[in-house]
Design a binder for this molecule. Sequence first.
Ligand SMILES: Cc1ncc(COP(=O)(O)O)c(C=O)c1O
Length: 500
Amino acid sequence: MKNKFFLKMDKLDLKILKYLKDKKEIDLSNFSKKTGLSKEKIKNRFKKIEAIYSLHEINEFDVDPTSGKLFAYVYETGEKDLKDIAMEAFNLYAEKNVLDFTVFKSDILFEREIVNFGKKLMHGNENVVGTVTYGGTESIFLAVKAARDRYKKLYGKDKVPEIIAPVTIHPAFLKAADYMVLNIKRVPVNENLKANIESIKESITDKTALIAISAPNWPYGTIDDVKDISDIALDKNIPLHVDSCVGGFILPFFEMLDEKVPPFDFRVPGVSSISLDVHKYGYTTKGASIVLFSSPDYKKFSIYVDSTSPGYLFVNQAVLSSRSVGPFAAAYATIKYLGIDGYKRLAKKVLIARDRIYSGLKELGFRSTGPVESSILSLYSDKVDLLGYAYNMKNKGWHISLQKPVKDYNIPLNIHLTISPVHYRVAQRFIIDSRESISIPSKINMQEIKNLIENGEMGKVVEYLENGSIDSGIIPILLENLPEDIASDLVKDIVIGWFK
Ligand SMILES: Cc1ncc(COP(=O)(O)O)c(C=O)c1O
């Protein structure tokens, strides 16, 4: 626990810490007598140390996000200076509230700078404007709201507007459609795991409010054919959203490094909004994403204003209202520190790591489900038992997500690896451990877990999840043959049980 807090402790603090570690009752009178401090003061010190100590104890429950052993959730650089700068910014602005940016003007400055950087990366012209949100899902919500409200203004309020998107689209669009009462029509992907263009064309009706595609999508890392889809969108006067939450802060740098990246940003004329996350390949702390709109008029549809309530003038550019300015300060500082050159340097590490891991796993019998076009690998194998492999890797500390097979598109069970700069350092070890893991027989008893789920014994499943005998990654595979509503109900039961 070589944390700043512990380093700053005085003698009394260290004594209290020892009591806590030894789980001994503290005798306030005795402590008070020895130190000359009042019982009240000792009690407060004790409470403070206890609260912080408990945080450090709880911290041990988690996988270390800096270890390089995760291939999702975090985008680790392994660079300490970067982290120090982001945390300094985060702490400095933690107590300020985005809610009223006329009071906390720093928010306006941070958002402007962050949006301008994103706009430059996405080749936006002077009309492009944006909003900084707390995450990709929130950016997507705003893009969907803009499309919905534009549709209602143009075509009236009686129809339920529709979003057309490929099956690979992020679930945030389904969630946004659900929350904001739109229908979503999901179209198939072609053999390259990109949105099927003919199906998009055929799905368009007078209810279509938005076409949403990805650059790249999360499951397979492939980039939809933005140019061809943009032609359709322009022809039919339908807004086109490009979800570049994952790609927005990495693909531009791949392009600068002479990788082949198909056009996906505002250089494509039909693109009307783009989401890109600073808290992914922008490498800031969680809580920062950008949504860009092709014009101020279009952005207007994404803002919520209420001037009728008796309290304050309610102006929300994003979904949430009161929020800490901290994450925006961290995003601003990270962008300022890294700049184009810093991001390019880190993108180079990602490319090298991706290629090392891909070629190493290819030698072990893995194959890519689609073309490798981004920082995401999705790999299957006819030779390797992937469940056993992921399980054995987990015992070596690696966390590998499994993705279920999708029979309709001939996609087999596959593993998902989102590559971060830190993987540059661990790629070799990863391949060595992979080689070992595929040669150890699997201990996982899928049938037993399947039976538990089918018999509704969720308590046992939760217990296995908690003690790490099974990884939450296999749940979708176990639920695969169940009807959608039953599956989601079971998942809700598991989650409620877990949080109880
Ligand atoms: C392609 C894509 N879009 C959107 C999101 C949602 O981002 P967030 O988790 O920040 O809400 C993700 C998250 O991984 C993603 O991969």
